[in-house]
Design a protein around this ligand. Structure first.
Ligand code: IMP
Length: 424
């Protein structure tokens, strides 16, 4: 698999980290191509749960090179903390990490601006992760951003950083106390940014060398396609592109280099933050899934909203990404639920145009039409054989495969690396 993309087909948290970790066993490099410290990918290795935020999940495999692409937004202070905490667990990270010099840095001012904006929005708030993602992308596209390569010339970098700090203090009319805290954070940001220049390189060149010498790379998306600013549930989306096409843009490779696109879906749906969610379960069943699936954000600890599998949306996102196959995660969480529902189509509000297929706020007006399938009682956690799954579990997977229109090749049945079924 010379160049493979792994992408989430729902609202993030689909378990991409585990799949990337699994697939990374046989690749030369793993590259993150979007998002930043808003992401949370959990991987379980030898009974230890390790949460990654900005680093590619495949870096937990020894000898794999880690790459951070230019369309990510990088928080240098949080990255240094993440590297230190993972190195404490016995993994070498810093010497295997290459970061695009073109990556935009999350300046501390971005978090101040974001938090105040969210408070001002009140009920209309997006419910962001508070990591300064939106304001960093705004600066980037206003052509006023600050990039890692800028830190290669410290005098100019410090000047740029000071302008961003002063702008923020003025724009938000920060009190002397808050302005003082921001300046302290900026000092640390400046130091860490300058230090990280040692890891900066032309990522496109690094990847091109790997691929032309018959090596292989795995490109790892962050968040999920329904949080994509173009194709997702706008405005309740993140700001970095979350679809497979973004991998080429961020890593500087042409689309013809991509061999496979692996879509990852949960066996049910979850979403953190606000925005439409047609199959949401607000009662005790939603709570049961939340508890069984430990559905709390890996970055913010927020409880995730839970609901039935939405095959209309999964079919849509599989198409957006050009998935060549999919993997279903967390199937074990559904054990013991007597009846399971899958949304197979929407009963459309007469005002909504089917051909347009709006994914904005009006998506929430759709009424899901469900197929009810019998559940299974058996605990399937850790199961590794397709034939050993209860018949109802297999039928559930096959029904998702039929409606999504893409072959389900792998099924995850637990958090450990080995808890995976490969279908022949
Ligand atoms: P932001 O990315 O912090 O700007 O947040 C925008 C929206 O995306 C919010 O609804 C977040 O909860 C959601 N979001 C951002 N990152 C993730 C993630 O890694 N998993 C799930 N939701 C996310």
């Amino acid at each position: 698999m010379p160049a493979t993309i792994v992408i989430g087909l729902q609202w993030g948290d689909e378990g991409k980290g585990k799949m990337v970790d699994h697939l990374a066993e046989n690749v030369d490099a793993v590259a993150r191509f979007s998002g930043g410290a808003n992401a949370g990918h959990t991987v379980e290795v030898d009974g230890r749960r390790i949460a990654l935020h900005q680093l590619p999940s495949g870096l937990l495999r020894p000898d794999v090179l880690g790459i951070i692409g230019s369309a990510c937004v990088l928080d240098p202070v949080a990255l240094t903390e993440e590297i230190e905490s993972i190195e404490k667990e016995g993994f070498s990270i810093a010497d295997r990490l290459t970061i695009s010099g073109k990556v935009h840095l999350v300046h501390p001012a971005g978090r101040y601006i974001e938090n105040i904006n969210e408070i001002r929005l009140g009920k209309a708030a997006v419910g962001t992760t508070g990591r300064g993602i939106g304001p960093t992308y705004v600066r980037k596209f206003m052509r006023k951003g600050i990039r890692l390569e800028d830190a290669a010339v410290p005098e100019i970098f410090l000047e740029k950083s000071a302008v961003i700090t002063d702008d923020c203090i003025e724009q938000l009319a920060l009190s002397a106390e808050l302005a003082g805290s921001l300046r302290e954070e900026v000092d640390l940001f400046n130091r860490e940014s300058i230090r990280l220049v040692d890891n900066a390189m032309d990522v496109s060149m690094v990847i091109s060398r790997i691929l032309t010498s018959e090596g292989s790379i795995l490109a790892e998306g962050a968040q999920g396609s329904l949080l994509d600013p173009d194709h997702g549930t706008y405005p309740f989306v993140t700001c970095g592109s979350c679809v497979s096409g973004a991998a080429c843009v961020s890593l500087g490779i042409g689309p013809v280099m991509i061999d496979e696109v692996v879509g990852v879906v949960k066996a049910y749906s979850t979403r953190v933050g606000n925005g439409p969610f047609p199959t949401e379960l607000t009662g005790s069943l939603g709570e049961r899934i939340r508890e069984q699936g430990n559905e709390y954000g890996a970055t913010t600890g927020r409880p995730r909203r839970c609901g039935w599998f939405d095959a209309v949306l999964a079919n849509y996102t599989a198409r957006l990404n050009g998935c060549t196959w999919t993997t279903i995660t967390l199937l074990d969480v559904l054990s013991g639920i007597p009846e399971l529902k899958i949304c197979k189509k929407y009963e459309l509000d007469p005002e909504i145009d089917r051909a347009l297929f709006e994914t904005g706020v009006r998506l929430g007006k759709h009424i899901p039409v469900y197929e009810t399938l019998p559940g299974w009682e058996e605990d399937i956690r850790g199961e590794r054989e397709w034939d050993a799954l209860p018949e109802n579990a297999r039928n559930y997977v096959l029904f998702i495969e039929k409606l999504t229109g893409v072959q389900v090749k792998a099924i995850s049945t637990g958090p450990a690396r080995e808890d995976l079924i490969w279908r022949k």
